[in-house]
Ligand binder design. Structure first.
Ligand code: FAD
Ligand code: SF4
Length: 327
């Protein structure tokens, strides 16, 4: 870890100006950034501490939905009555993320900006080739150990998985990232790797996440988040799914459905084909399992991650059927 300067920002504008300078990085809870600095991936010249900025840790709920300040802690959001009631998938995703100690430190803005867990990306001293770290250097993962890597949205430049839980729940319900005045749908905020995997987010130098807005809906109110992982706590997902239906008056037929997949793609992955296939149908196991296979259309495996192609549709089906049981 090398020397860097530290600035405690006193306003959003000051933070944005300081963060626009070359080599500057925003510091929120620090649970990702300090980790990345220790392993030599993040090498900031200056850290701009935004944790003391006033008014960015609030949660506002009204009939239109929720607006969550970027500095709200994961544990606070997970436990908020309005989030649990109006957006259970969001609360459940946060409860199942990381550990209690990390959730108490980490912010939702920082959570969206977390980087991939690709072990080659996080080990620069042993693996020089990583297009995400060093554009044009190649990809050590392709042909390497790929158990945790993505099967959707990959390219020859990068197959790294986006690992976060919160963003998977957010993308299902058309949440919007506030970058000050600018607004970007979560689905557009996360970029596919294409030939430029180092460019991960639709955020420009000098911009920062100020809030996350989630529109209220019947689907969000009835939603859930299912996470399957190697051990039951303190572990990233092998595959996860957020789902939420709006049902007709008969409480069985799907009027609207939202489905998203986590930890199987290079970005939080909206499964629109599954949504369309089940609209107008009853939430019956056979129909749900058949539709869930569409979640993985176009998937490409790299050997050891093949199991994700089998697992992901099962996780999607489990999430949707869980909602059917509740209906
Ligand atoms: P920081 O570390 O302060 O910042 C992270 C990045 O975001 C930095 O690049 C920083 O510059 C940038 N940033 C911070 N705030 C803003 C902002 N407002 N606008 C723009 N950029 C900003 N996550 C999961 O979803 N599921 C898990 O199961 C999970 N398990 C974990 C296990 C471990 C051991 C660890 C260390 C982390 C785990 N995480 C998991 C990730 C964790 O949730 C993130 O580290 C955390 O949410 C990051 O938030 P932070 O406030 O600490 O961000
Ligand atoms: Fe780097 Fe992406 Fe390859 Fe991992 S998968 S080594 S992050 S280019």
């Amino acid at each position: 870890m090398r020397d860097f300067s530290y600035l405690r920002a006193t306003s959003v504008d000051a933070a944005r100006r300081a963060a626009a300078l070359p080599g500057a990085m925003l510091l929120a809870g620090g649970t990702t950034l300090i980790d990345l600095a220790k392993c030599g991936v993040a090498e900031p010249d200056s850290l701009v501490d935004i944790t003391h900025l006033k008014g960015l840790d609030t949660i506002e709920i009204d009939e239109r939905g929720a607006v969550i300040g970027a500095l709200a802690r994961m544990s606070h959001v997970a436990d908020h009555a309005g989030i649990k009631g109006g957006f259970p998938a969001v609360s459940e995703a946060l409860w199942q993320a990381a550990s209690p100690a990390i959730r108490n430190m980490a912010t939702v803005g920082g959570n969206l900006m977390q980087r991939t867990r690709c072990p080659y990306f996080r080990d620069p001293s042993n693996f020089a080739a990583c297009n995400k770290r060093e554009p044009g250097s190649g990809c050590s993962a392709i042909g390497g150990v790929t158990r945790g890597h993505a099967v959707l949205g990959t390219t020859e430049a990068c197959i790294a998985t986006y690992p976060g839980d919160l963003a998977t729940a957010l993308v299902a319900f058309d949440a919007v990232v506030h970058l000050g005045e600018r607004r970007v749908l979560v689905d557009d905020f996360f970029l596919l790797p294409g030939t430029t995997p180092h460019k991960e987010h639709a955020i420009e130098p000098g911009e920062m996440i100020t809030a996350i807005e989630i529109p209220g809906s019947a689907a969000a109110r009835r939603s859930t988040y299912v996470k399957v992982r190697d051990r039951q706590s303190y572990e990233f997902a092998a595959a996860s799914a957020a789902a939420g239906p709006e049902l007709e008056a008969d409480e069985r037929t799907v009027r609207d459905l939202r489905v998203a997949l986590g930890s199987v793609a290079t970005k939080p992955w909206r499964a629109r084909a599954v949504e369309e296939a089940l609209k107008g149908k009853a939430l019956e196991p056979e129909a749900v399992r058949a539709a869930s296979l569409l979640a993985i259309e176009g998937a490409v495996d790299h050997g050891a991650n093949h199991y994700k192609i089998e697992l992901a549709p099962r996780v999607v089906a489990r999430a949707i059927l869980k909602l059917g049981e509740a209906a």
